[in-house]
Structure formats: structure tokens, C-alpha cells
Design a protein around this ligand. Structure first.
Ligand SMILES: Nc1nc2c(ncn2[C@@H]2O[C@H](COP(=O)(O)OP(=O)(O)OP(=O)(O)O)[C@@H](O)[C@H]2O)c(=O)[nH]1
Ligand SMILES: [Mg+2]
Ligand SMILES: [Zn+2]
Length: 363
């Protein structure tokens, strides 16, 4: 019934590495590749045009200790029909060739898997305000840890005054890493993709929200099925446009994973602060007439003026606010945790001192 047809296996990157893991494949079980992951529910591809929803077996659930033990997008898994519904059950996650992962947001030290069995990582950065060498460095660290090849993609090349100069600057900063620039009007000219997106290979696109990852992936899969941000970004409500990781077949044959934009704080440690990255915005804010200006309706507000005359681009201001909100949010979480810790410590201390009092009295 379910085909594990050769064509599918080749297209989706099945090879000797995985083949050698399944010498004892039970009847009625077959390999599948995880193409999307939503809370405990997976979408798995089992044939060229066969996609099923799948849940994990009780055994995986039971044995899982950390996030890494659960299936992730890019994984090859062994599935079987569940009997009750048309959902499949994932019995086993095959060993991974590579794992692209990063620290979770917040205080947990658990790692979040972005994708597995990935050959190439496209680190995307728009050439406008998003361009930040230190952030690219952090993405490169993720790539280095994963064992996949990083490629720097400079998006929105049309917004740069002198794109060649931008490329040269990035190339100079990161020698040894391939750097390419592109813009959505000229995606067709970006011939280098065919060298990376070879049949049977898997690539992932990572980067901040709004740099044009999904716009690019839509081109790469010759479709417009992925929702992208509206031009003015005015539907921004603290949410990123792409919210889940998805694996697609590209027009060049290779597979490509689109991801939600990464939040700054998931990349950097919190102490770093945002001032260093937004000194221009903070300089403008410093010129507001009132020091407690909310930059809403206040007279003499330099932000409102800057937004009106374009000296403060709206996108830049939005990014600043986004990050500010994240920092606040992170800080509040941290404070709560610290307060809880503190209560525990005090409880313990008071128990200890009562204990001491008792001991004292005894002597
Ligand atoms: N000027 C210009 N705008 C672009 C280019 N590529 C994408 N955009 C625009 O940038 C905006 C964001 O694009 P998306 O593709 O949704 O960005 P994303 O990186 O997928 O964002 P998230 O899903 O939130 O992570 C959209 O309005 C695109 O039209 C480009 O080459 N030049
Ligand atoms: Mg997107
Ligand atoms: Zn103001």
C-alpha cells in the first residue's frame, strides 16, 4: 500500500547511511521523512506524492529524555499504520547525519532542533539594517556545530547603494565562507543555487524575521504557497510570518527547509543588551523633549519626527521595539524564576535556622 519507491527515496536523500540502519525492518513498516513538525504531530512523506500525519509511538514518548530524542524536520523515521486512523505511528528515529540546533529561548538549557540531515545552511541577512556581522558570526557557530556547510546569502540586494562593496565587506569578515547576494526581482540570475540544491541534498534557510526567507523559498519551489510578510510589514503583531519549519522539494531537485525568523535573544546571551546594536535609535530617542517620552503623541518627540521625515526608518523602529519587548519579556520570566528560587532559599534558610535553634537548645 505505501510505497517506498526508489524515486522517492533518492529524491528525499535516502542513502547507504540510512539503509544500513534498517537491516531488520519489520513487515508493514517503512521509512519516511519528517517534513513538518507541529506540537507532537508530524507530517511525514512516504512516497513522491504521499504525505501523512504521524504521531510518535508510546515507546519513543516513554524513552525520550530531552528534545533531541523526539523526531524533527529532516529526520528519517520508521513508520507503520496505526490501525485506528489514517495517521501513521513513528516507531523509530534513525541516527542523524547532522543536527542543526540552537539554545532554546529563555533559561532552559535544552536545545531546539531546527532540522536534521542537512547538507547546507543558508545564513540569510538583508543588506539593510539587518546586516550585523556579529549576528552572522552566531549563525556561523550554529552551522559549525551542526556539521553542515554554511553559505551567506545577502538578501534584498536591491536596497543596497553599493552591493559589491557590501559583499566585499562580508567576504573580508568571513573568509572561507561563500557569500552571495540576491534580490527577489533577480532570483532567476542566482544560478549558484543549482550547485547547492542537488537532488538528494537538503538545505535549510535561517535568519532574522523579515529578511525574505520565505520569498526566496517560494521561488526555489516555484510556488507562492508560503505566506510572506506584507510589503509594509503592517500586519506585524509580535508574530513572525512563518511559524513552523517545513521541508520542500526545490526546482533544482534538492530539498529546502524554510524556518521561522530567529529572535535575537535566542542567539545572543541576554546580558549583551541591545544598545550596542541600536545606538542610532537610542541617539534619536535621546533628542525627545521629555525624558520619559512614550514616543506616541508627545510634543517634541524625536522619534515621531524621525519616522515622519524618514531619518528613522519604520522598519528599524519596529525592530527596536520588538527586541525591547523580548528583553522585557525575558527579564520578567527571569525575575519570576529568581523570585521562586529566592523563596526556596529563604524557606530553606529559615528551616535551617530553626534547626539550629533547636540544636542550640539541646546543648
Ligand atoms: N526590496 C526587497 N524586498 C524583499 C526582497 N525579498 C523579500 N522582500 C520583502 O521582505 C518582506 C519579508 O519577506 P518574507 O519572505 O516574508 O520574510 P521571512 O524572512 O520569511 O520572514 P519570517 O517568516 O517572519 O521569518 C516581504 O514584504 C517581501 O516582499 C528583496 O529582494 N528586495
Ligand atoms: Mg518566512
Ligand atoms: Zn519621543
Amino acid at each position: 500500500m505505501y510505497s517506498s519507491d526508489k524515486e522517492f527515496l533518492i529524491q528525499f536523500g535516502w542513502d547507504d547511511f540510512f539503509e544500513s540502519q534498517i537491516l531488520d525492518l519489520l513487515p508493514n513498516t517503512f521509512p519516511a521523512r519528517v517534513i513538518c513538525e507541529e506540537r507532537n504531530l508530524y507530517r511525514v512523506q512516504v512516497g513522491l506524492n504521499q504525505v501523512f500525519l504521524a504521531t510518535i509511538s508510546g515507546k519513543i514518548q516513554h524513552n525520550a529524555v530531552t528534545r533531541v530524542d523526539y523526531p524533527a524536520v529532516g529526520d528519517w523515521v520508521i513508520v507503520e499504520p496505526s490501525g485506528q486512523s489514517d495517521r501513521l505511528v513513528i516507531n523509530q528515529v534513525l541516527p542523524r547525519k547532522t543536527i542543526v540546533q540552537r539554545k532554546q529561548a529563555g533559561l532552559t538549557s535544552d536545545m531546539q532542533i531546527l532540522s536534521t540531515n542537512v547538507d547546507n545552511i543558508f545564513i540569510t541577512s538583508a543588506v539593510n539594517y539587518d546586516l550585523n556581522y556579529r549576528r552572522i558570526e552566531r549563525y556561523l557557530a550554529i552551522a559549525r556545530d551542526s556539521g553542515s556547510t554554511p553559505i551567506i546569502l545577502l538578501t534584498k540586494a536591491d536596497t543596497a547603494q553599493d552591493i559589491d562593496q557590501v559583499i566585499a565587506g562580508v567576504q573580508n569578515e568571513f573568509p572561507g565562507v561563500s557569500v552571495h547576494a540576491l534580490s527577489k526581482e533577480n532570483f532567476k540570475n542566482a544560478e549558484f543555487f543549482k550547485d547547492y540544491l542537488k537532488k538528494g541534498s537538503t538545505s535549510i534557510v535561517i535568519g532574522s524575521s523579515g529578511v525574505g526567507k520565505s520569498t526566496l523559498v517560494n521561488f526555489l519551489i516555484d510556488s507562492d504557497e508560503i505566506k510572506t510578510q506584507t510589503a509594509r510589514g503592517d500586519d506585524y503583531k509580535g508574530r513572525h510570518t512563518t511559524t513552523s519549519r517545513n521541508l520542500y522539494v526545490s526546482r533544482f531537485g534538492g530539498l529546502i527547509v524554510d524556518t521561522p525568523g530567529m529572535r535575537e535573544l535566542q542567539l545572543s546571551d541576554h546580558s549583551e543588551g541591545i544598545s550596542s546594536q541600536f545606538s542610532d535609535v537610542e541617539e534619536i530617542m535621546a533628542r525627545c523633549r521629555f525624558s520619559d517620552c512614550l514616543h506616541a503623541t508627545e510634543p517634541g518627540c524625536a522619534v515621531i519626527k524621525g519616522l515622519a521625515d524618514g531619518s528613522l526608518p519604520a522598519e528599524r523602529w519596529q525592530n527596536y521595539q520588538k527586541l525591547q519587548a523580548e528583553v522585557l519579556n525575558g527579564q520578567q520570566k527571569k525575575d519570576k524564576l529568581l523570585a521562586a528560587e529566592e523563596r526556596k532559599t529563604w524557606k530553606k534558610k529559615s528551616v535551617d535556622s530553626r534547626e539550629k535553634d533547636r540544636t542550640k537548645k539541646r546543648f
